[in-house]
Design a protein around this ligand. Sequence first.
Ligand code: HEM
Length: 162
Amino acid sequence: AAPLNPAVLALDWLLGSWESDEPGEGSFPTVPPFRYSETLLFTHVGQPVINFMFNAFHAESKKPLHRECGFIRLQPGTNRVAFIIAQNSGVVEIEEGELTSQQLTLQTHALARTSFAREPHVQQISRLFQLRSDGRLEQTVSMATGDHPLTQHLHITYRRSS
Ligand code: HEM
């Protein structure tokens, strides 16, 4: 396998696969609370980029739900990070933010959707990824739609599955 590109060395703590340890919690003012499971995979091929795939499932039925995949880049010589994301819902997005030790804070920098994407349309997303001292990874996602200001939609923790 190719060695990790030094440009993304600061993200090495993400690499590998992760699986929710207990069900994630979904919420939004318009959505009855729900539970889900999710797997994350972060890989690289030696480029100055991390590749990722996030696959979420209904906690009980295991039915596939939300999916995202994309790329992570760091601005050389800085702690600025960019996630380039495609979502199965018909949204593509660039989120930008900061890497501070083992934490990523991100918000939407650009967003587009298919002309026939289902409403309500997401307008803004903000996320926090945090590697906790117990080795678990935590993700919190908030979003704004046309109807609601930035409000939490997701919270989940993962343990390493490889
Ligand atoms: C609902 C966006 C990730 C599960 C929604 C809605 C939006 C949205 C705009 C409709 C809210 C409303 O009706 O007012 C997003 C975005 C995500 C994301 C932008 C990623 C950043 C996820 C994930 C799951 C999930 C990972 C896990 C299963 C649901 C469910 C609903 C919902 C169950 C309610 C039923 C439905 O509208 O399909 N989401 N979502 N979402 N989301 Fe997400």
